[in-house]
Design a protein around this ligand. Structure first.
Ligand SMILES: Cc1cc2nc3c(=O)[nH]c(=O)nc-3n(C[C@H](O)[C@H](O)[C@H](O)COP(=O)(O)OP(=O)(O)OC[C@H]3O[C@@H](n4cnc5c(N)ncnc54)[C@H](O)[C@@H]3O)c2cc1C
Length: 467
């Protein structure tokens, strides 16, 4: 059946048997599969030919980028996996227009380095930046640590090119900030997790590179108390807070246990710990003063001193150099590795209104104590956008028991008008939640769109849509 692929693909681009090993499990090792083959096209025409062949033969296809997704979205027995890793060309960086035109297989950190040479940034960043690709990030609408200031991947994308399930190439490579020419189909494909088409190229927005950062760790009593801190800093800096990340003491301890060379953020532990970063692109905020100080850092120190005075926060350490700043970031970016070492875990990636975050944590812990008294929880959160990674270590790895816990946490989320899925997507892992929690009319509309674009159901089957 695969013979037809050899007519338009170089044999080296078709992997079988042991050569497929690195694609046969997701990053968390929770999902495994044996694909029919992994194919590695090097241009959009080849992707189109593969998809046309799959649509004609009724073969399931699964797009894969860096395979760092946390919802099991790339695993499917018997499917042909289409890896975009060879479509990793940066076609153009146009500094004046503040855009980059890239292939879907470009790795996030590669793009960071390329635009840095132009004193620009592509602001999306998170722990998997060394492997995650632009196509995967668009398909999951990835979030990360800087959403507070720059938005999700969706907000950073002006245009895409994609191959639809019938193999047609759709050209939506707009470079425009305004384009009201009918339905915005780009947004249909972004966040679709490869179920409506394969993203092959993108036009991405770039931002001026901050010339200086002021970065601090702050100790406080509660996550809820952090909101005063965030709002105070936003007012003081004119909205220049780039990241505002929460780590409870339980996480700090687990991190120190795992990374032996890491240091505690404070001499005395605090229940709530925040990593804060303010970015300053404007020269007047970054110019080194005669006493050696930098205005953006002084401003952060002044705001934190005032909050210490009023007892809104209990402790603060401002990074004095790049090494200290990196250490603060590593502590946060190693979160996925730290929580996965806690044994079998349930990852509840939820979003709640900003002023309900503490309420959610209190209610979720109380609910967990009722459903599974022997379970433990550990959370990290992107506070600036209301996204909490509420991770539970249940007392049993039984699937039904774990789903009962998920359902109980979903109840808490729903009561405070939150979402059961914030930034990791649905994949396989959240299909039950989709069935229970998604508005039925919205779900039916999604299925209608899926049926219209992919009547043969070849694009990443078994993901996102329940049943
Ligand atoms: C250590 C770590 C930290 C993380 N931190 C964050 C975080 O802070 N925020 C966040 O949002 N996520 C985070 N993630 C999750 C993950 O990195 C993101 O979901 C990322 O966007 C996935 O990119 P990828 O290239 O690895 O995609 P993959 O894992 O390869 O694919 C993800 C999904 O997208 C589909 N897909 C991939 N490429 C394409 C394409 N070209 N066209 C159509 N569909 C495609 C796949 O079929 C799959 O359904 C983290 C993951 C790890 C391992």
């Amino acid at each position: 059946m695969l013979d037809a692929l050899f007519t338009f693909l170089d044999p080296a681009a078709i992997l079988r048997g042991d050569d497929m090993a690195k694609w046969q499990s997701d990053w968390t090792h929770s999902y495994h599969s044996t694909p029919l083959a992994v194919v590695r096209p090097s241009n959009t025409m080849q992707v189109s030919d593969i998809v046309k062949w799959a649509n004609t033969t009724g073969t399931a296809i699964v797009p894969v980028g860096g395979n760092t997704g946390l919802a099991g979205g790339t695993q499917n027995d018997g499917a042909v996996m289409i890896s975009l890793d060879r479509m990793n060309q940066i076609d153009e960086i146009r500094p004046d227009a503040r855009i980059a035109i890239v292939g879907a297989g470009v790795i996030l950190s590669t793009l960071h380095d390329a635009v840095d040479a132009h004193d620009l940034i592509f602001p999306m960043t998170f722990g998997a930046k060394g492997s995650a690709t632009i196509g995967g990030m668009l398909s999951t609408n990835a979030g990360g640590s800087n959403v507070l200031r720059y938005g999700n991947t969706r907000d950073l994308c002006l245009g895409i090119e994609a191959v639809l399930p019938n193999g047609e190439i759709i050209n939506l490579m707009s470079e425009l900030h305004k384009d009201n020419s009918g339905l915005n189909l780009k947004h249909l494909l972004i966040g679709a997790e490869g179920t409506l088409g394969l993203i092959t190229r993108a036009v991405l927005k770039l931002s001026p590179k901050p010339r200086a950062y002021a970065t601090a760790m702050v100790g406080a009593q509660t996550l809820g108390g952090g909101l005063t801190l965030l709002n105070t800093l936003q007012e003081a800096t004119g909205g220049a807070v780039e990241a505002f990340e929460y780590m409870p003491q339980a996480y700090i301890k687990a991190h120190l246990d795992m990374f032996k060379t890491a240091k505690a953020p404070f001499d005395n532990p605090h229940p709530a710990n925040f990593l804060i970063e303010v970015g300053a692109p404007a020269p007047h905020d970054c110019a080194i003063q005669s006493d050696g100080s930098i205005p953006v850092v002084t401003q952060l120190e002044t705001s934190l001193a005032a909050l210490l005075e009023t007892n809104d926060i209990q402790d603060a350490v401002v990074a004095q150099n790049e090494a200290q700043r990196r250490a603060m970031w590593e502590r946060r970016e190693q979160a996925a590795e730290v929580v996965l070492t806690q044994g079998p875990v349930i990852q509840n990636d939820v979003a709640v209104p900003l002023d309900q975050m503490q309420h959610f944590l209190d209610r979720a812990s109380a609910t967990l104590a009722q459903v599974d008294p022997d379970a433990t929880d550990i959370s990290v959160a992107h506070v600036g956008d209301g996204n909490i990674h509420y991770t539970v270590s249940p007392s049993s790895n039984d699937a039904a028991h774990k789903d009962k816990i998920v359902e109980a946490i979903e109840d808490v989320v729903q009561q405070i008008c939150g979402s059961f899925s914030a930034e990791h997507g649905i994949g396989i892992s959240k299909r039950n939640s989709m069935k229970r929690r998604k508005d039925p009319v919205a779900l039916a509309t999604m299925k209608t769109i899926k049926q219209a674009l992919d009547p043969n159901g070849i694009m990443n089957p078994g993901k996102v849509y329940p049943d």
